[in-house]
Ligand binder design. Structure first.
Ligand SMILES: Nc1ccn([C@@H]2O[C@H](COP(=O)(O)OP(=O)(O)OP(=O)(O)O)[C@@H](O)[C@H]2O)c(=O)n1
Ligand SMILES: C[C@](O)(CO)[C@H](O)COP(=O)(O)O
Length: 237
């Protein structure tokens, strides 16, 4: 993987692609003693699987992992760099990561693919699908999955309404936007947004939806570890 160079990209080229991996969460829902991204899954820390998949995408010029400020568990590797500037929300972690990318020579015209450390089942093919769909797009987009189940609204433990599920998608990552656009969007959105696309939407733009996969799940709950392990095992990892 080529290092990030400190030269501006010629305007006629589409801009380089960088992966930004927020990995500064605590995993409070996962039931683990430490942050879930370091939990062993199929013989390796969960985060390692995420990085292995991203490092098999040749079009990525760099991979930057953003961990919490005092987290010394991950070192720079052959294919990734580590920035210890994670924030107290995912949005803050991503904002700080974008600033770090700029400090390391990325430019506002470059594309950034933000991908959760916790989505360790991502595949190079899925990342490639997103890149192919978005690299010529004026806005950018995200991997997402159409809703497969009937959707209920809850009130005090009972169903208050059944909501129409047509045209409803579950947002996944990676989410791919130009660095400059994403930086402006996240600065305006603050800490409440839970993904990059919603910050971009708040600017009045409409990110492209790229069909993802149910297998690209986010390891969130205790039972997700066994599922992730089984899927990785079925892929021979
Ligand atoms: N302050 C934060 C919070 C989350 N994340 C990252 O954002 C991704 C998706 O978040 P989530 O699954 O919610 O992870 P956690 O915040 O760690 O989990 P929980 O909400 O259960 O505490 C994870 O890779 C997580 O490490 C981050 O970098 N910085
Ligand atoms: C970005 C995300 O993965 C999209 O589904 C998700 O919102 C991140 O999880 P969180 O629980 O909102 O931090």
């Amino acid at each position: 993987m080529a290092p990030i160079l400190s030269v501006a990209h010629p305007p006629q080229t589409p801009g380089r692609l960088h992966a930004l991996v927020p990995a500064a969460g605590t995993g409070s829902r996962a039931g683990t003693t430490g942050p879930k991204q370091y939990e062993p899954v199929a013989g390796h820390p969960l985060l390692q699987h995420t990085l292995d998949a991203l490092s098999r995408v040749p079009r990525l010029a760099s991979i930057l992992v953003v961990v919490a400020p005092h987290d010394g568990r991950l070192a720079d590797g052959m294919n990734h760099k580590v920035a210890r500037c994670g924030g107290s929300t995912r949005a803050e972690t991503v904002r700080n990561g974008l600033e770090e990318l700029l400090r390391r020579g990325a430019v506002e015209d470059d594309w950034v693919l933000v991908h959760d450390a916790a989505r360790c089942l991502v595949t190079p093919a899925l990342v490639d699908r997103l890149i192919d769909a978005c690299v010529g797009d004026a806005v950018g987009g995200l991997v997402a999955q159409p809703l497969a189940d009937t959707l209920k609204q809850e009130e005090q433990g009972r169903v208050a309404a059944t909501l129409p599920r047509s045209q409803k998608w579950l947002a996944q990552t990676p989410q791919m936007f130009r660095l400059g656009l994403l930086r402006r969007a996240l600065a305006a959105a603050g800490d409440k947004v839970t993904d990059e696309a919603s910050a971009v939407e708040a600017l009045g733009l409409r990110p492209r939806l790229v069909p993802g996969s149910a297998l690209n799940m986010k390891v969130t709950w205790p039972e997700d570890f066994a599922l992730a392990e089984a899927i990785l095992g079925s892929r021979g990892r």
